[in-house]
Write a protein that binds this ligand. Structure first.
Ligand code: SF4
Length: 345
């Protein structure tokens, strides 16, 4: 519930508006689920609420720790379905990677989540709940981490719920994450990008690109057949970017397929004057036959070709690969065998 929705509920039991603010702050700011512990609320109000409502965060069912410090969480939801989220410590900040859907319908060929298909959308509470749980697990203050919607699902295909979660997460009475520290990653859902351009405040945007011709992108990312590259970049140019804000392009490097210097030059031409930073992602070879990772030397040469064209680019360190927590690797594991993928029914 948003703070406003919670205020409507609390107004049935209390004529003091600040009680709703206190309750909101307990639930989201302190991740408290036990009404009895909300000591600054009147006992009678707590008792009335306890008769009618349950406060629940996703339940941690499994933690897998990587050698690099990342931790992947399997979180169980109220209806018994599960979702994954990842804690990623970096030099100066932490990044939390969260999911917007269970599974994903978009079928990108290099992505393990795609194998699940779409199971269902997550609610705002389930999305924000991933953050409250991971922040509490690692004792994180709200200004100590970045949040990326790069887990399972296409956030712009669950637009209303994701935006409601964004407002929950940025509410200063609750978790209070700065909007600029939240990035939403899309495969290129152009109507969603255009809608997002009209939001204020709004999260930052990352686009998973991974190909510079429509022919290849049609093959890697079927969403491109609906919204080809020219239309995608036209929608990105409509974003009212803040000073120094850049759109992030995620580019998974696949040997011999999209990693030649001419691909880098085409990418630079597509970008034109759009302020961009490009994250080059080493492909993880663990699960799909037919795709191979680009060798480091070629990845560097691709990056240098972009830098020569004045485009900010870096090769991202692969994080959490040993626990299948790297990009495109989230899918529900069988908790007994830790094998991918399993039935998600
Ligand atoms: S890469 Fe993202 S959009 Fe594509 S199938 Fe995977 S989760 Fe969905």
């Amino acid at each position: 519930m948003s703070r406003q929705a919670l205020a409507r509920v609390v107004s049935e039991f209390s004529d003091k508006p600040f009680h709703a603010r206190q309750l909101f702050s307990w639930i989201y700011g302190r991740a408290e689920t036990d009404l009895a512990k909300m000591s600054n609320l009147p006992r009678s109000l707590r008792a009335s609420l306890a008769e009618r409502f349950v406060i629940a965060h996703p339940r941690v069912e499994l933690r897998q720790s990587s050698r690099d410090g990342s931790v992947k969480y399997l979180l169980r939801l109220e209806d018994g379905k599960a979702v994954e989220a990842v804690y990623i410590p970096e030099k100066t900040r932490v990044t939390l990677c969260i999911s917007s859907q269970i599974g994903c319908p978009l079928g990108c060929t290099f992505c393990l989540t795609a194998k699940m298909g779409l199971v269902r959308n997550l609610t705002p509470g389930e999305i924000a709940g991933q953050v409250t749980v991971l922040a509490a697990e690692h004792h994180l203050a709200a200004n100590a981490y970045n949040l990326v919607f790069m887990g399972m699902g296409e956030p712009l295909n669950n637009y209303d719920q994701v935006l409601a979660a964004f407002h929950l997460l940025t509410d200063l009475e609750g978790i209070g994450i700065a909007a600029r520290h939240i990035t939403l990653s899309t495969a290129g859902v152009v109507p969603g990008i255009r809608r997002l351009a009209r939001e204020n405040p709004r999260p930052r945007l990352a686009v998973s690109l991974s190909a510079t011709t429509d022919a290849l992108r049609d093959e890697f990312m079927p969403i491109n057949r609906a919204y080809p590259l020219a239309e995608l970049f036209a929608s990105l140019r409509e974003l009212p970017l803040a000073p120094r804000e850049k759109v992030t392009l995620e580019y998974v490097l696949l040997r011999g397929m999209n990693d030649r210097r001419e691909d880098a030059h085409r990418l630079a031409s597509l970008a034109g004057k759009l302020p961009l930073k490009v994250n080059l992602i080493p492909y993880n070879e663990t699960w799909r036959e037919g795709y191979a990772a680009t060798p480091l030397e070629s990845a560097r040469s691709f990056r240098d070709a972009l830098l020569d064209r004045k485009i900010s680019a870096s090769i991202r360190r692969r994080r959490g690969a040993d626990i299948s927590a790297a990009c495109g690797q989230l899918a529900i594991l069988d908790p007994a065998t830790l094998e991918h993928p399993v039935s998600v029914a």
